[in-house]
Design a binder for this molecule. Structure first.
Ligand code: H79
Length: 440
């Protein structure tokens, strides 16, 4: 039985600027939240040529670690359990990790085949993981029991390991009543904004070259979109300051300003056509929460590989989150799972890193492709029952030969319906059959 597919060509136009992104049709890109939404100004977004390195990365490590690791019920604990700021602040007395070593995190990331990291420097609870003079009431890891600058240790470790360094920062801070009522309590809200500007400046100024700035929570009162709150946060002013220190930093879209890339958050499957702009899927290795959680919903290896190839075959990067425990240790079961991903990538990474999606559109639930030079790579996450053939759509090129990546040649037939790839059953890999085609 053969699987016949008549699909349009994959058109991959990556040279799109902020204005074009703004006018993109939302319906086309399921999973992206308000693509192109936000304020913009000439020169504040990176030109496509400065995004190429980022698009080459494909796989990164997201890290949520802070005081919320102690209750182990997720990073929204303070808000969800309505814990008053003064009481929540007591967690800082207990936060004194002995076994935290950023170099260990970096090694786990490298062994997983990840190329970049994004660490939460400060989540919505307001606790800064560095020596932050701008922190309201000195609520940071330097002035409290830990007496350490985790951002410094982290950025140093990234560089030592050859990983690109990203910083997550939440403009909002639940400790300020003004966040929940910016019009009624403008003075208090202004204090929060002052902290945001001061802290972003510290992060951009004091830690060397930062590759990615990942904002989150540029809302007001947990309502509306980031763009709706731009009147308050003034993201153009904020990011102009960022660019002064870090001209080439890649900025995500959650400050209220159009981003250099788009985001797709959460564990929902990646479907639909190739997304022809830079974008990133972020999700949790442990589905329970982003911050450390003793409840385990660990992704299977099959789910991780499927998510990765579905993302990369549609042009995205995947940022996979881990939540270290209060001591700074990544749970051993999570490390082991990431290592399995790294083993897969050692073998098949050629079909992932520095590729671009296409030359044909992916088929939801079955397969998709990437390309690089005169190679096309096909990721088959599932074959329809009984089938061992793929009938390729027209790709405007001739397939001259093909094989299982790192393995045996496959049979290639050219006939009136196009090109057929014929696999033997032992060439099918239940994890992800990965093919390498030579085209000209
Ligand atoms: O850090 C992790 C989460 O804690 C954080 N993003 C990841 C990376 C996150 N914060 N909030 N959310 C995810 C989703 C929250 C959505 C809502 Fe709302 C907040 C629903 C209601 C309040 C903002 C305002 C979005 C809709 C209205």
């Amino acid at each position: 039985m053969s699987l016949f597919l008549s699909l349009p060509f994959g058109v991959y136009a990556q040279n799109m600027g902020a204005d074009e992104r703004k006018s993109m049709e939302k319906a086309n890109y399921a999973g992206l939240k308000n693509p192109g939404n936000g304020v913009s100004a000439a020169g504040l977004n990176l030109p496509p040529e400065k995004m190429q390195w980022w698009e080459d990365q494909k796989f990164g490590m997201f890290i949520h670690w802070g005081l919320y690791a102690i209750p182990a019920t997720g990073e929204w604990t303070m808000f969800n359990q309505k814990i008053p700021a003064d009481e929540y602040a007591k967690l800082a007395d207990q936060f004194k990790p002995k076994n935290f070593d950023a170099n260990v995190w970096a090694k786990v990331a490298k062994d997983a085949g990840m190329k970049y990291m994004v660490m939460v420097s400060r989540h919505h609870d307001g606790f800064a993981m560095w020596n932050s003079a701008a922190s309201y009431r000195h609520f940071d890891s330097w002035e409290t029991a830990a007496h350490r600058d985790f951002v410094k240790e982290y950025t140093n470790a990234c560089r030592k390991a050859g990983l690109k360094a990203g910083i997550y920062y939440s403009p909002l801070d639940w400790r300020f009543p003004g966040y929940f009522d910016p019009k009624g309590l403008p003075e208090n809200a202004a204090l929060m904004k002052k902290q945001t500007y001061g802290q972003v400046e510290e992060l951009m100024k004091n830690y060397g070259k930062i590759d990615i700035l990942w904002y989150d929570g540029g809302w007001l009162a947990h309502k509306g979109s980031d763009a709706d709150a731009a009147w308050f946060w003034e993201p153009l002013k904020l990011n102009a300051m960022v660019r002064k220190y870090q001209p080439d930093i890649v900025i995500n879209p959650r400050s209220g300003m159009v981003g250099d890339f788009e985001t797709n958050e959460g564990g929902a499957a990646v479907k639909g056509p190739i997304i022809p702009i830079p974008w990133e899927k972020c999700l949790n290795l442990n589905g329970s929460s982003w911050g450390y959680n003793t409840t385990q919903n660990l992704m299977s290896l099959k789910d991780i590989i499927t998510m990765l190839v579905n993302t990369v075959d549609r042009g995205g990067n995947m940022l996979l989150n881990i939540g270290p425990d209060p001591d700074g240790v990544i749970p051993p079961a999570h490390v082991a799972r990431l290592k399995e991903v790294g083993t897969w990538l050692k073998k098949y990474g050629e079909s992932i890193y520095a590729t671009r999606p296409g030359p044909f559109q992916p088929v939801d639930g079955f397969y998709g492709a990437t390309q690089k030079g005169n190679k096309v790579y096909i990721h088959i996450v599932k074959m329809p029952d009984g089938s061992s053939e793929i009938n390729l759509p027209q790709i405007g090129k001739t397939v001259t030969s093909g094989k299982v990546l790192g393995g045996m040649p496959i049979k290639i037939l050219h006939d009136q319906s196009g090109t057929r790839l014929v696999l033997t059953t032992d060439q099918l890999d239940p994890l992800c059959t990965t093919l390498e085609l030579n085209v000209k």
